[in-house]
Design a protein around this ligand. Structure first.
Ligand SMILES: Cc1ncc(COP(=O)(O)O)c(C=O)c1O
Length: 413
């Protein structure tokens, strides 16, 4: 199996396994699909903050949505300007964050009434920085691929509740702030129907803010992980966004900037996680049915999505002598039963795959978003390398962590 023109086996031989690999061709295709949707398109860099990916976004005129000041600083180091970055600190500012934004000209999107107040207080205290600010509104409902990624509605901690907007206006008045941005982000991995409908709600909320200049409809563009199903259509989002903004432009009698900030849809499809099949095992269930496990060196410390959300990822094996297809459970090396790549609702789910042998390469697709960025050192597993494939070439963009790297962070007595 190849990623662009490079054999996966060659990549694992050169960089070891597991290793994340990003296809530049696929990334560029995703950018070409998403960029035309709105006049300002931000990349929610939380999805994958690899430097080469950020550089490609910069080169292609995509701006940045950062959810921490450290993310913002990471983007600045790659070459983004402060004015390219919008900082959406979800529910509060960490120490120093609001001061940093005010001192460095980074536009802030406040996700609670408390944050808006804190912004106003910091601006008065410092006597500098912009008095223009955005607010994130919780429109009363949301959508995500999991309850855990739904960021709208009563069970989400995010955003200023849509019935509390008068309080936001009062806080802005008290501190001499101008609410120039109205924003929603209803969740990650939801569907286009919710997205399209809730854009209409944001328009109604945004009309109340007389200083409005920017309307930001958030991220949440869906990505279809199953290769046997069509990819979710997103092109028809553009006329809907345009229509929404036209309503606001008519209302205010001036130009309003339309923004979106997807993460997943930009990068999910360009990423692969390559590992190695290490051995096989089997059990029998209560009815006596045999369950076959393929044990790989990819664990939830490398890709947590199946374990955290029951997420589906396509899986392929690459080997000289693959056996016939049969029902297989693909699992990892971590000492928890939940360390299974093929699972749903906390239960292993067998998948029809050709039987591999120890030493074969296992390829997990759809791994470019919320993969490496959510990896951990659980079981003292070093963070794994990342590589870029561009045409015929595979290059390393991040080296494998070592035990020394991990231990170096410990404070020794
Ligand atoms: C504020 C904000 N914007 C954008 C995104 C990106 O979402 P997605 O990756 O689903 O496009 C997220 C992630 O949930 C987010 O929290």
């Amino acid at each position: 199996m190849k990623i662009e023109n490079v054999e996966v086996r060659k990549i694992t031989e050169e960089f070891g396994a597991p290793v994340y690999v990003y296809s530049m061709e696929a990334l560029r295709a995703a950018i070409a699909e998403i960029k035309p949707l709105a006049p300002v398109v931000r990349y929610a860099m939380k999805a994958n903050s690899n430097r080469r990916i950020l550089k490609e976004m910069l080169a292609q005129g995509v701006k940045i949505d950062a959810v921490s000041v450290l993310e913002a600083q990471r983007a600045l180091r790659v070459g983004f300007k402060p004015e390219d970055v919008c900082f959406t600190s979800d529910v509060f500012f960490n120490a120093g964050e609001v001061d940093y934004c005010l001192e460095n000209g980074i536009y802030c999107n406040c996700g609670t009434l408390g944050m808006l107040r804190e912004y106003g207080q910091a601006q008065s205290r410092l006597g500098k920085g912009s008095n223009e600010v955005s607010i994130r509104i919780n429109p009363g409902e949301g959508a995500g691929h999991s309850k855990k990624t739904n960021t709208g509605g009563p069970y989400s901690k995010h955003g200023i509740w849509h019935e509390n907007l008068d309080e936001a206006k009062a806080i802005a008045k008290e501190y001499g702030l101008k609410i120039t941005g109205a924003h929603i982000h209803i969740g990650s991995g939801g569907d286009m129907e919710h997205l399209k409908r809730l854009t209409g709600k944001l328009v109604d909320f945004a009309k109340q803010f007389e200083d409005l200049q920017i309307v930001n409809f958030g991220g949440g563009l869906p990505y279809q992980y199953r290769t046997d199903l069509p990819q979710a259509e997103i092109a028809d989002y553009k006329p809907i966004l345009r229509e929404r903004v036209e309503i606001l432009e008519k209302h205010f009698g001036r130009k309003i900037v339309c923004e979106i900030e997807p993460g997943r849809r930009f990068v999910a499809g360009c990423g692969y996680l390559l590992g190695e099949v290490r051995s096989l095992n089997h059990t029998f269930d209560e009815s006596g049915k045999r369950l076959d496990y393929v044990l790989t060196n990819i664990g939830f410390c490398h890709l947590i999505r199946p374990m955290a959300y029951g997420s589906y990822h396509p899986i392929w094996f690459d080997g000289e002598d693959l056996g016939p297809e049969q029902e297989l459970i693909v699992a990892g090396p971590v000492c928890e039963s939940g360390d299974v790549l093929t699972q749903e609702n906390e239960m292993p789910v067998p998948r029809k795959l050709p039987m591999p042998r120890a030493g074969d390469v296992v390829v997990v697709g759809g791994a470019g978003a919320y993969g490496m960025v959510m990896a951990s050192n659980y079981n003292t597993q070093p963070l794994i390398p990342e590589a870029i494939v561009d045409g015929d070439e595979a290059t390393l963009t991040r080296r494998r962590q070592t035990l020394d790297d991990i231990l170096q962070e410990e404070v020794l007595e």
